[in-house]
Design a protein around this ligand. Structure first.
Ligand code: XLS
Ligand code: NI
Ligand code: NI
Length: 446
């Protein structure tokens, strides 16, 4: 019998696609990186270490192009076998071949991306145990690591009223059991982090909802998860991924500011950080860079789910990132915050329903990777070779006066502040010069 190649599996799914390499911006090879040069050092770190890219199992290997208006369009070869274990193994072979050919260091999954949920809890657990044994071998052979694991606590109909926030304790308990399994698998695979995205933790109507109780239950579950994982030796970080709506009308983890207040209120600040997703930021009527800044200012910038929305559509379209300006502004925030430490950049993005070639998965990822790499180079250039930071600091120069210093330190009463104002009189108008700053950024986009 032929020996199984653990990196590509016993069957090559992406035939004819080579290991994607860096060829530089002049290259016209669609199967090459134009900007992502993994070993290139930028601001003291390789691009690989700055960006820490991960492939999302669900969109790329489980997504089949089905939408509310039509059946699946992507009949991928790893769906061929109907036997649950065989299908899971084939999917994993395809995934590791893909990640290895892209040369990326990480992947991310939900429990029921690895395997299809079984007809019983026991069967699902058995499937997960089996595939995670195989994943250990695949990780070892390829060097690819698990950036984070998570539990799908939203697809099964039992979770239609929520998981941890379900009004029925029986469902809450079931969610706890599934969560425990997902933590076990993540720990078994040496996962660096664990993600909580709210799923159906939210409400459709306040008329049937006790919001306070539900939010407290969510916090209770997070504490239990953290305590359990720590007791099992998990050293990684937990991330909460804010999203304002979809699938529920009002998600409890609305945006970064809401989640930070929640973590503070329920004493979870030491173990949890934020996973900021581009399209979730824009759904919340924020920019991606705004959400990054809010997280960074609280010392809670953990990880990123990379994608983009659509300017005309108001839902989570999860398209691959290709908006250079959006990413330059965002990478500026990331670099100024000291970079991404525990987390990485996970492509939580899907190819379009009518992108049905296997090659399309490569084009999508290569594009996203190159846009981030290019944004990194540009942002670093701006920080190194322009007055950007200096000019922004100068806007606040007036705070170096002794009165302003006293104000900042909390040494002034409102009465004293009013007296200072009276001695100054009407302040001069000072331009915010937004267009000047926009032009400065533009000058570096090359
Ligand atoms: C959905 C979320 C989801 C999380 C993982 O909108 O982005 O994919 O990242 O559960
Ligand atoms: Ni999303
Ligand atoms: Ni996401």
């Amino acid at each position: 019998m032929a020996k199984i190649n653990l990196t590509t599996g016993d069957r090559e799914y992406f035939q004819g696609v080579p290991r994607i390499k860096y060829e530089g911006r002049e290259s016209d090879n669609p199967f090459a990186y134009k900007f992502y040069n993994e070993e290139q050092v930028v601001a003291g770190k390789t691009m690989k270490d700055h960006l820490r890219f991960a492939v999302a199992y669900w969109h790329s290997f489980c997504g089949n192009g089905g939408d509310p208006f039509g059946s699946p369009t992507k009949i991928f070869p790893w769906f061929e076998h109907t036997d649950a274990d065989q299908q899971a193994k084939d999917k994993m072979d395809a995934a590791f071949e893909f990640i290895t050919k892209l040369g990326l260091p990480f992947y991310c999954f939900h429990d029921f991306d690895l395997v299809n949920e079984g007809p019983s809890f026991t069967e699902s657990t058995r499937r997960l145990e089996k595939i995670s044994d195989y994943a250990i071998e695949k990780q070892k052979a390829s060097g690819v690591q698990l950036l984070w694991g998570t539990a799908n606590l939203f697809s099964n109909p039992r979770y239609m009223n929520g998981a941890a926030t379900n009004p029925d304790f029986n469902v809450v308990a079931y969610a706890g059991a599934q969560l425990k399994n997902a933590l076990d698998v993540t720990i078994k695979l040496g996962g660096l982090n664990y993600v909580f995205w709210g799923g159906r933790e939210g409400y459709m109507s306040l008329l049937n909802t006790n919001m306070k109780k539900e939010v407290e239950h969510l916090a209770r579950m997070l504490h239990m998860a953290k305590d359990y994982a720590r007791s099992q030796g998990f050293k990684g970080t937990f991330f909460i991924e804010p999203k304002p709506m979809e699938p529920t009308k009002h998600q409890y983890d609305f945006d970064a500011a809401t989640v930070i207040a929640f973590l503070r209120e329920f004493d979870l600040m030491n173990d949890f950080k934020l996973n900021i997703e581009v399209n979730h930021a824009t759904l919340a009527q924020h920019t991606f860079s705004h959400e990054l800044q809010v997280a960074a200012d609280a010392g809670l910038l953990g990880s990123i789910d990379a994608n983009r929305g659509d300017y005309q559509n108001g839902w989570d379209t999860d398209q691959f990132p290709n908006n250079l300006l959006e990413l330059v502004e965002s990478v500026l925030v990331i670099l100024e915050a000291g970079g991404i430490k525990d987390g990485g950049i996970n492509f939580d993005a899907k190819t379009r329903r009518n992108s049905t070639d296997l090659d399309d998965l490569f084009h999508a990822h290569i594009g996203g990777i190159d846009t981030f790499a290019r944004a990194l180079l540009i942002a670093q250039d701006i920080l190194n070779n322009s007055d950007y930071r200096k000019l922004r600091a100068q806007r606040y120069e007036s705070f170096s006066s002794s009165d302003a210093q006293a104000f900042e330190k909390g040494e002034l009463s409102l009465d004293q502040l009013a007296k200072i104002s009276q001695s100054i009189g009407e302040p001069e108008m000072i331009s915010g010069r937004q267009e000047f700053y926009e032009n400065l950024i533009n000058r570096f986009i090359k």
